[in-house]
Design a protein around this ligand. Structure first.
Ligand code: PEP
Ligand code: MN
Length: 263
């Protein structure tokens, strides 16, 4: 059902007035994790000031170590939703288990399924039964075919509002956190009718690569870019090394807008 052969025309997903997949790239910015009301409000203000419509922030964090910050859960989602409402933004946030869906849904506009859960088939079936868009991230060791099949689980359960997100894959290369598989973007666009995003933060894991990676994503035909922004990355409770501060975010966004005008 996600195949271009089944449906030749692009799927366009409308969220808070933003039309994702229609041609002009969309953006999802926000902190790695929700840490406090003040933190998310500052980021929401910066995003809203640019006229953007979406904010991200993790409340249920899938961390590699059980001793790392696990997120604020439902309380965090409520903070993010309050900040988003103030600046007319839609909330993108990860859900890690079907058990959290019911409590979380009133506070989330786009449900993110993270890389570690791309093949959590029960979660895929559960988000297939909601009527909100799903941002499905590629598993870090998933082939493109497995990624497409994960999306198929969601659509087969009844939800066709799916955004695919390339976020880098595991390779032997250590210079970046993951290896951004940029060619996945046109392949996914050819094989499916779904919009495709690129997460430049988790793929590169390097602040200095956030801009070139986003340019590459837009140039190769991505429908949008995701990147992490935090008021004070040095003290961030997760992903401190690659989030942009608010000044860097301003410069970054300006540079991307200039780049996009060349097209
Ligand atoms: C995230 O976007 O918050 C995240 C945890 O990313 P990923 O699932 O791609 O690792
Ligand atoms: Mn992160």
């Amino acid at each position: 059902l996600v195949s271009r052969k089944k449906k030749p025309e692009d799927t366009i997903i409308t969220i808070n007035g933003e039309r994702i997949g229609e041609g002009t790239p969309s953006f999802i910015f926000g902190p790695c994790a929700v840490e406090s009301q003040e933190q998310v409000s500052k980021v929401a203000e910066a995003i809203g000031a640019k006229g953007l419509r979406l904010i991200r922030g993790g409340a249920y964090k899938p961390r590699t170590s059980p001793y790392d910050f696990q997120g604020l859960g439902l309380e965090g989602l409520k903070m993010l939703k309050a900040a988003a409402d103030q600046y007319n933004l839609a909330v993108v946030s990860e859900i890690v288990t079907p058990h959290h869906l019911e409590e979380a849904l009133p506070f989330v506009d786009v449900v993110q399924v993270g890389a570690r859960n791309m093949q959590n088939f029960e979660l895929l079936k559960a988000v297939g039964q909601i009527n909100k868009p799903v941002l499905l991230k590629r598993g870090m060791s998933a082939t493109i075919d497995e990624f497409i099949n994960a999306a198929e689980y969601i659509i087969a359960s009844g939800n066709d509002q799916i955004i695919l997100c390339e976020r880098g894959i595991r390779t032997y290369e250590k210079a970046t956190r993951n290896t951004l598989d940029i060619s996945a973007v046109p392949i996914l666009k050819q094989e499916t009718h779904l919009p495709v995003f690129v997460d430049v933060t988790h793929s590169t894991g390097r602040r200095d690569l956030l801009l070139p990676a986003a340019k590459a994503a837009i140039a190769i035909g991505a429908d949008g870019v995701m990147a992490e922004v935090h008021p004070d990355p040095a003290v961030a409770l997760s992903d401190a090394a690659q989030q942009m501060d608010l000044n860097q975010f301003d410069e970054y966004y300006d540079a991307l807008m200039k780049f996009m005008k060349q097209y």
